[in-house]
Design a protein around this ligand. Structure first.
Ligand code: AHR
Length: 625
């Protein structure tokens, strides 16, 4: 029996529960939330062989010489090279030159990411920069959507480029639905056609925003009723080394002027989804923005670099300038950049997160206060969210307490069992210390799959968070997105490809809590009324081992002999029962296993006579409900 004492409110539920954590991991930004359909649109890709096995990237990645569409004659041979001699601007240093030595039709085409998804009658914004060199001919540019077989699925004519960089744009309508289209740009003449920043955007983005976000993915976020967005990482905030840190200033302004960065998760980031777009998304979904800024400390897992103390100034200034970009007047240095992007009003930034999952080192302890004090001095109204690192030891909570941060960010990637066992984790936390922000967490079940068990354990954990909602101010699951075929990390909350969005059971747990949040937590208790026999445990016993054989006999639970005929087994030797042992922590497939008999009892004593032969690698006995 569950007793809820409606007349006994205990704590107020934090208005900031529940939120989102977005990081560009698993192709969550380019190829995900960011609706751009062209891959490597500005020819800035390069091999990541020094840090990742991803050697395949190069400046022409996803580009080919244009092939002749069906029933189109007059295509001539051409060559294609990437150059940097006279670039579009100093941030966008590479462009493609396609050259034909004889008059005819020629050009280039982009394959998108796993092909380009197009929908019949949908409209697409095309834009590109072009110029011609050593040119004979007067032909305009032709932009086509093509199937792999050369069927034309949409055409747009653009004017003939001149000899200097010029931006061209127009709208292309698709006349077919397919997932494997490509975008082709051709001209007719003889000479060299230079192209850069080739872009194709569905007009149907969320809220119809230019340079916008994928509608279906943002709708999945909106349906979670999120109260805040922590972004842009995660590990990409501090990057692989200090050089690779997320530079928010490179992510704002005209997209053609943004300086791309490579992504520590093994691919490239265009920064097309940048700080302006993040703030805009927060405004669209009515979420508080929670930017995470690097604090001169490398990612604890990958680099131990630190910005020398006497060079920290520009890094601190970056953090201060970010606040000005978000909140400053439209005529301030960075507020004017925001205003030029179409948002003269401030974004109303309230929080800044300093660092991500920092390891507890003396260098970190030296640098954190410099950032915190500078922000407090320039913007006393900003709430600083500190970091307590990864795991459960909360090693630097003492520093966060000393620094009087608003809240401190803890991360847990633990087993479902841990989440069940930690339902009471916050009951005894000292209320005089900073609030807690659970900025990343997920239950990692066997093989890191999204399972009902993992989702239930997260739900159980969240009940403990609500009971302690005077202390635990914010929580967000991590990571948010995983693109099919492009994943570095599992489990994630939402999986997708170009056409489908899969909301996991873990997603629905978040949604359940977020949509049905109370104002106050009411005192409650549970009375267990025993019936005969007491149904305290209904479950199974699993036995497994590796590289061996087992014979089992005379098994009993609480002295009651088990009728082995009821077990999911075959013959006298018991074989692997996938259904149940999938829930164990075994890393290898067990050679033999038995499982399953429902039984009840307050206390479970399992006895069995086991004859093991040829075994060498351990033995596992597991109870589960
Ligand atoms: O969520 C994936 C990664 O886990 C984050 O980038 C990092 O903060 C954590 O270690």
């Amino acid at each position: 029996k569950v007793n809820v004492h409606a007349d006994q409110p205990t704590v107020e539920i934090s208005p900031h529960l529940y939120g989102l954590f977005f990081e560009d991991i698993n192709d969550a930004a380019d190829g995900g939330l960011y609706a751009e359909l062209i891959q490597n649109r500005s020819f800035e890709y390069f091999s990541l062989k020094d840090t990742h096995p991803r050697t395949e990237f190069h400046p022409l990645y996803a580009w080919q010489i244009a092939s002749s569409p069906k029933n189109h004659d007059g295509f001539v041979d051409a060559t294609m090279q990437v150059h940097d001699e006279s670039p579009l601007n100093s941030n966008n240093t590479h462009y493609v030159s396609v050259t034909a030595d004889q008059p005819g039709t020629f050009g280039t085409q982009n394959l998108g990411l796993d092909g380009i998804r197009i929908d019949q009658s949908a409209k697409y914004d095309v834009s590109l920069y072009a110029r011609v060199d050593d040119w004979q001919g007067a032909a305009p540019l032709t932009v086509r959507l093509l199937s792999p077989d050369g069927d034309v699925c949409g055409t747009l004519e653009l004017p003939r480029p001149g000899s200097t960089w010029q931006k061209f744009d127009g709208v292309l309508t698709a006349n077919e639905t397919r997932d494997d289209a490509r975008l082709q740009i051709t001209t007719n003449g003889r000479g060299t056609l230079d192209l850069d920043m080739v872009s194709l955007f569905p007009q149907q983005t969320f809220n119809g925003r230019k340079n916008g976000l994928r509608k279906d993915l943002v709708e999945a976020l909106r349906d979670l009723n999120p109260q805040f967005l922590r972004f842009p990482g995660g590990c990409i905030t501090h990057g692989w080394g200090l050089d690779n840190r997320y530079r928010w200033k490179d992510s704002v302004g005209d997209v053609a002027q943004r300086k791309p960065n490579w992504n520590l998760w093994g691919y490239h980031q265009t920064y097309g989804l940048g700080y302006f777009e993040y703030f805009q998304l927060c405004e669209d979904l009515d979420m508080a923005p929670l930017p995470v800024v690097p604090i001169g400390v490398g990612c604890g897992f990958r680099c131990t670099e630190f910005v020398p103390m006497d060079e920290l100034g520009p890094h601190v200034q970056d953090a201060l300038d970010l606040i000005e970009f978000a909140n400053g007047p439209a005529d301030s240095t960075w507020g004017s950049v925001r205003a030029e992007m179409g948002h003269p009003e401030p974004f109303g930034l309230e929080f800044v997160c300093l660092g991500n999952e920092e390891h507890d080192t003396p260098d970190m302890r030296q640098r954190f206060p410099v950032f915190a004090e500078a922000i407090r001095k320039a913007y006393p109204e900003i709430k600083i969210i500190g970091t307590s690192g990864l795991g459960t030891g909360i090693p630097i909570y003492d520093l966060m307490t000393k620094e009087k941060v608003y809240s401190s960010d803890e991360h847990y990637y633990m087993s479902p069992r841990w989440f069940f066992d930690n339902v009471n984790r916050f009951d005894s936390f000292d209320r005089d210390k900073p609030l807690i922000f659970v900025g990343e967490y997920a239950a990692h079940d066997t093989d890191r799959k999204n399972t009902l068990y993992s989702a239930l354990s997260e739900a159980a954990f969240l009940t403990g968070i609500e009971r302690n909602a005077d202390l635990v101010d914010m929580t967000c699951y991590a990571p948010l997105f995983g693109r099919k075929g492009h994943m570095q990390w599992r489990p994630d909350m939402i999986y997708f490809d170009d056409r489908n969005v899969v909301r996991t059971t873990n997603y629905y747990v978040q949604q359940l809590f977020s949509r049905h949040k109370g104002d106050v937590y009411l005192a409650n208790s549970i009375d267990v009324v025993a019936k005969s026999p007491a149904p305290l445990f209904n479950g199974y016993v699993g036995i497994g081992t590796w590289n061996t054989t087992i014979e089992l006999g005379e098994a009993a639970v609480n002295g009651r002999p088990l009728d082995l005929a009821h077990w999911k087994t075959t013959s006298g030797k018991f074989e692997h029962d996938n259904g149940h042992l999938a829930q164990t922590d075994m890393k290898a497939t067990p050679a033999l296993a038995i499982s399953h008999e429902s039984f009840s009892g307050e206390k479970i004593v399992f006895t069995a006579r086991v004859k093991k032969t040829g075994g060498k690698e351990g033995f596992l006995l597991r109870f589960a409900s």
